[in-house]
Design a protein around this ligand. Structure first.
Ligand SMILES: Cc1cc2nc3c(=O)[nH]c(=O)nc-3n(C[C@H](O)[C@H](O)[C@H](O)COP(=O)(O)O)c2cc1C
Length: 365
């Protein structure tokens, strides 16, 4: 079996190699903002700021938590952090479990704070690690506080990745007592907890449970972007683990598409839309459906592999496209988007209709 550090490195390589579409797209082309042929003002005059986890962001973007815990991660996190500091976006780090188990790896995460002193920085641990697993004892409250202190985190993302754990050869699938453990963590920590799915999406009822646990926000991590089901199925194949590979293949397409999850959870908790967001126009659609901000993973990782400037350039293009989308739909603020007309077609419309959701004004259903 691979060590945590080796596994994290394999995830980077496979995420880039597999790309999007392993579980079908998220459905952003189904969601249309309606063109306003008589816009006012200028795109530069549009206000795209938002508030997330108690902080104001000039652009509603979070660099998704992805890396840390192996040698190549330190430079990637440093580049992402410098780009975040230059542009004002928020940033997450990858799961800090590796450094909690092996403190010599802490620097691969801590570089984020040293390179981004004023950025909204989000720590990361797995919800499964709050519980005793077959091969590993639960992280203690003190361990989790160490994760927060390791990067001077402003908030903690608690990731739910039970699809990945179900397929991963080393997977940890004990969820007995999970809701109570999340509630205890939210009470114990003195930074806000954002619960974060990683490809399966979150339903409205689950969002309500997490709100009652004390979660401050939700990263819906819907189906349609980077697929950890596919990444782990590939790893299982490379490790000749036939059963896990079979589970991975059978679960292809599992999960709530990102736009559906956003529409379902918005209004329950502040929502970060993650999963297959590839442009500022898709971000505008997510915000129209109720998201407070969006988060982007693999594309920014690929930019970071090229260098800090490539990350900044991607974020600048994202912001310009977001401004264009607001300007062309007659909106001056992100709040205006929530009441702007939109049309939802295709599979996304079927999802919304069958769940009794409307997707907002003119959203159908
Ligand atoms: C290489 C890689 C590693 C990741 N590691 C983590 C992780 O440790 N913790 C976590 O919460 N999410 C992790 N993610 C998931 C991302 O935060 C995000 O939810 C996912 O990539 C979907 O966004 P995307 O479609 O824009 O890539 C990882 C993603 C990638 C690409």
């Amino acid at each position: 079996m691979a060590t945590i550090s080796e596994r994290k490195e394999q995830h980077l390589t496979l995420a880039v190699a597999l790309g999007d579409g392993q579980d079908g797209g998220p459905g952003w082309p189904d969601v249309h903002l309606v063109h306003h042929a008589l816009p006012s003002g200028t795109p530069d005059g549009v206000d795209v700021s938002t508030r997330l986890l108690g902080r104001r962001l000039p652009i509603p973007l979070v660099i998704a938590g992805m890396t840390g815990g192996h040698p190549a991660a330190a430079e990637l996190n440093a580049r992402l952090a410098r780009a975040a500091e230059r542009t004002g976006v928020a940033m997450g780090v990858g799961s800090q479990r590796a450094a909690l188990r092996d403190p010599s790896l802490a620097g691969t995460y801590a570089v984020a704070r040293s390179n981004a002193p004023s950025t909204l920085l989000i720590g990361n641990v797995g919800a499964a690690q709050l519980l005793d697993q077959r091969t590993e004892r639960a992280l203690s409250a003190a361990d989790i506080r160490r994760a927060v202190d390791m990067i001077g985190a402003d908030a903690l993302a608690l990731h739910l990745n039970f699809i990945e754990e179900s397929v991963q050869p080393e997977g940890q699938t004990n969820a007995e007592g999970l809701t109570a453990a999340i509630g205890a963590l939210c009470q114990d920590l003195d930074v806000p907890v954002m619960v974060k799915e990683t490809g399966g999406g979150v339903s409205g009822p689950v969002a309500a449970t997490l709100a009652s646990c004390g979660a401050a926000a939700l990263d819906v991590g819907g189906r349609g972007g980077t697929s950890f089901r596919a990444i782990e199925a590939q790893r299982a194949q490379e490790h000749a683990h036939a059963t896990k590979r079979g589970i991975g293949r059978a679960l292809a397409g599992w999960g709530i598409p990102t736009p559906v999850s956003v529409a379902w959870c918005a209004g329950v908790l502040p929502v970060v839309a993650t999963g297959g967001i590839r442009s500022g126009v898709e971000a505008a659609k997510a915000i129209a459906l109720g998201a407070t901000a969006v988060s982007v993973g693999r594309p920014l990782l690929e930019c970071a592999m090229r260098g800090e400037d490539a990350v900044v350039e991607w974020i600048d293009t994202f912001e310009a496209a977001l401004r264009a989308a607001l300007f062309l739909s007659g909106c001056r603020t992100l709040a205006d988007l929530r009441t702007a007309p939109r049309v939802v077609l295709g599979d996304t419309r079927h999802w919304l209709t069958q769940l009794g959701l409307t997707g907002g004004p003119g959203g159908g259903g």
